[in-house]
Write a protein that binds this ligand. Structure first.
Ligand SMILES: NC(=O)c1ccc[n+]([C@@H]2O[C@H](COP(=O)([O-])OP(=O)(O)OC[C@H]3O[C@@H](n4cnc5c(N)ncnc54)[C@H](OP(=O)(O)O)[C@@H]3O)[C@@H](O)[C@H]2O)c1
Length: 278
């Protein structure tokens, strides 16, 4: 399975590596929620992606993961879901990686790199991501404000810790760092705050959402939307999405959009956004 990259890279013979292709992927309810109400970091909302996805949709997501060099999430997603962020229900590279075979795939170096946005290095050492970091490459991106002892504790457990900003993690700087490390595609798997950060900074090439057959509501009680943050000031000021594909998967609908097309309706003017078809 070919890995995804951003097209039109390095055409000016610059030695600086091109920014990775960034794809936001999420399962959303019909009303655009990616979590139940209950407050951020609550474990009662655990594993929302799995709950909103069907079995066949999970295979689709894992096939998409297998085509990316890295999978990135924000800290709250780790606190809520305690995910593994591995390829399990699909083939990772050439190696079969279903269920427990994920470990074999990981040992063979086929798993995407896992990247966590975590300004203060608060990711629990007992989380699945950290306990498996000796076997599956894991990068925790922190800020200069992260306590040294937590950074050392994470490193001792096998995670790479990189400092990517003064008080919070600078997403653009992180992508540049990943590019220098040979990472050419990053699958951003949420949550809403992380999705907003990448969209607000114009770092996203593509959005893939699985609209699941549920309605969750709960905005007043902290249910998280696909995109959180302050929001764009106007419709015309929001990124213009161009529908690439819409397909039915049982009662789910998989929508795939290119990000960054202009508003004139005459196509995608930004060639760097015209990436590989999936
Ligand atoms: N349905 C789905 O497909 C799906 C997928 C993923 C997640 N979810 C759900 O989404 C919810 C979590 O979403 P969320 O919006 O609360 O949080 P999030 O995006 O998972 O994590 C946000 C946190 O990441 C840290 N961070 C560090 N640098 C950042 C930066 N530059 N930009 C953004 N975040 C940065 C911040 O914590 P610090 O300041 O401490 O660093 C921030 O509070 C969970 O309930 C999870 O279940 C659903």
């Amino acid at each position: 399975m070919a890995r995804l990259t951003r097209q039109n890279n390095n055409s000016n013979s610059s030695r600086r590596p091109a920014m990775p292709r960034v794809i936001i992927s999420a399962a959303v309810s019909v009303d655009g929620k990616i979590s139940l109400a209950g407050g951020r970091g609550s474990r009662s909302r655990a594993r929302m992606t799995a709950k909103l996805s069907s079995a066949s949709d999970m295979s689709r997501v894992h096939r998409l993961r297998a085509r990316c060099d890295a999978i990135l999430v924000g800290l709250n997603t780790v606190l809520s879901d305690d995910p593994m962020l591995t390829v399990r229900h699909a083939r990772a590279g050439r190696k079969k990686s279903g269920g427990d075979d994920a470990d074999a795939a990981a040992a063979a170096g086929n798993q995407p790199v896992r990247v966590i946005l975590d300004s203060m290095a608060k990711i629990p050492p007992a989380s699945k991501i950290i306990t498996t970091s000796p076997r599956i490459r894991t990068i925790v991106a922190v800020s200069g404000a992260a306590p040294e002892r937590r950074i050392l504790a994470l490193r001792r457990r096998g995670a790479e810790v990189v400092m990517m900003g003064r008080k919070t993690v600078d997403a653009r700087r992180l992508l540049n760092h990943l590019a220098k490390d040979g990472i050419r595609s990053v699958l951003v798997e949420g949550g809403g705050t992380t999705n907003w950060e990448f969209l607000r900074r114009n770092l996203v090439d593509e959005i893939v959402v699985a609209v699941s057959p549920y309605v969750l509501g709960g905005g007043l009680r902290g249910a998280v939307s696909l995109v959180e943050g302050a929001g764009f000031p106007s419709v015309s000021g929001s990124p213009r999405l161009s529908l690439r594909s819409a397909r039915r998967l049982g009662d789910h609908v998989i929508l795939s959009y290119d990000v960054g097309a202009d508003n004139s309706g005459d196509g995608n003017r930004n060639p760097s956004r015209a990436g590989a078809r999936m």
